[in-house]
Design a protein around this ligand. Structure first.
Ligand SMILES: NC(=O)c1ccc[n+]([C@@H]2O[C@H](COP(=O)([O-])OP(=O)(O)OC[C@H]3O[C@@H](n4cnc5c(N)ncnc54)[C@H](O)[C@@H]3O)[C@@H](O)[C@H]2O)c1
Ligand SMILES: [Zn+2]
Ligand SMILES: [Zn+2]
Length: 392
């Protein structure tokens, strides 16, 4: 079969690789009909997530048709149409039972690697996302092996198009969890979202669905801000305005009640903190460039929430923890518990409350993936979200 593979930092290829097969009785094989490139994949392209190996199959946002199931799989059969959460969860461990699916104890066989890196236990496995996260082959491919097939894959029984349900695998639940983590008081709270990438777009719309009185989205890419504005959000271009001042002015001086960092470890920025981040990251003295997180902390109202769907990789410097402490902020973060949100969010799509396909700007076959990774990273040609058809 054909698959998108990581060949090294800044090197993505399309290769012919062996078809996956059932390895455990709880596995299924899915024929992928649609798959997407995520901002998280860019951290792999750019070499910021350790433990990738040449030939690793990428992709964690995918859906398709079940073609084969292991003998213990009860809920799925060949022919079922499914969306598959980007994280793997066993469904029976303590975190899974509590709905903390991304913290699954049993789906990451390489958790010791994570312990060595972070000095503490880490979360469950992810599709196509390094050996640190389990070394599972991803779904930017014609076929994919899906472990824990009775827990993750979610059947789509309506006639919604792939493009309307594909993002249930990651970015829609991720934006939604980020907004839910804010504990928005409907009709009162102001929510600011740093980053108008796909995750920021869904975070902003989710904050509106959860009743935020006002949503403000910050980025520097005009077409991304335009897309956010189409939802009714106020937008701030941080290259044209002093973002901290603009946020104070928009909130009567108190700052947004909650701030979502939908940027993560590759933030751009200006000022001394950003310069230090860049220099220290190059020298491997810090893992992450944290301008967005810094702005989130500095701008958030007293007693507010800083919600962080953006991915962070390790130890950071120049974090204004004193400001966060003085203001009594609450931090919420982590990989999304995708499984938890799927039924409700599918219901919202079916009910016509939202059509997630609004975010798609580019559609192509698998062979164009290497170029489109770079187009998406460099925000060329108005690229906001890429969907690939593995059979084109
Ligand atoms: N927690 C999870 O489970 C989860 C799931 C999916 C994605 N993510 C993470 O969410 C983040 C966003 O993903 P995406 O797909 O939207 O990526 P993206 O790269 O398309 O979007 C990031 C956006 O942030 C903007 N940006 C950069 N620096 C900024 C700053 N200082 N202030 C404001 N905006 C800034 C960029 O211009 C870009 O538009 C990534 O870190 C990704 O890894 C996390
Ligand atoms: Zn993703
Ligand atoms: Zn589990």
């Amino acid at each position: 079969m054909k698959a998108v593979v990581w060949q090294g930092t800044n090197k993505i290829g399309v290769e012919t690789v062996p078809d996956p097969s059932i390895l455990l009785p709880t596995d299924a094989i899915v024929r992928v009909t649609s798959t997407a490139i995520c901002g998280s994949d860019l951290h792999l392209l750019d070499g910021y997530i350790p433990s990738m190996e040449k030939g690793d199959i990428l992709g964690h946002e995918f859906m398709g048709e079940v073609v084969e199931v292991g003998r213990d799989v009860k809920k799925l059969k060949a022919g079922d149409r499914v969306v598959v959460p980007f994280n793997l969860a066993c469904g029976v461990c303590d975190p899974c039972r509590r709905g903390l699916f991304s913290a699954c104890d049993n789906s990451n066989p390489n958790h010791r690697m994570a312990e060595a890196l972070y000095g503490a236990v880490s979360g469950g496995g992810l599709f196509g996302y390094s050996h640190l996260y389990g070394g599972y082959a991803g779904g930017q491919a014609q076929y994919v092996r899906v472990p824990f097939a009775d827990v993750g894959p979610f059947k789509i029984e309506s006639d919604l198009r792939d493009e309307q349900v594909l993002f249930l695998t990651d970015i829609f639940p991720t934006g939604y969890q980020a907004a839910e983590n804010c504990g928005i008081v409907p009709g009162r709270d102001v929510v600011a979202v740093f980053g108008a990438g796909p995750v920021g777009q869904f975070a902003a719309r989710s904050a509106q669905m959860l009743g935020a009185a006002h949503v403000i989205v910050i980025d520097r890419v005009p077409e991304r801000l335009k897309m956010a504005a189409a939802s009714g959000a106020q937008t701030i271009n941080y290259e044209q305005e002093d973002v901290l001042l603009a946020l104070r002015e928009a909130t009567g001086g108190r700052g947004p009640d909650h701030v979502i960092d939908a940027v993560g470890l590759e933030a751009h920025g200006h000022g001394p903190g950003a310069l230090l981040d860049t220099a220290q990251q190059k020298l491997r003295l810090t893992f992450d460039r944290i301008t967005a997180l810094r702005w989130a902390i500095m701008s958030c109202a007293k007693g507010g929430t800083v919600s962080m769907p953006g991915v962070y990789g390790g130890l950071v410097n120049e974090l204004p923890l004193g400001a966060a402490f003085a203001k009594g902020l609450t931090f919420r973060m982590g990989q999304t518990h995708t499984h938890r949100y799927l039924p409700d969010l599918l219901g919202r799509i079916e009910g016509g409350e939202i059509d997630p396909s609004f975010v798609i700007t580019h559609r192509a076959g698998l062979s164009e993936a290497p170029d489109l990774y770079k187009t998406f990273r460099d925000k060329k040609h108005g690229c906001i979200k890429v969907v690939l058809n593995p059979w084109d």
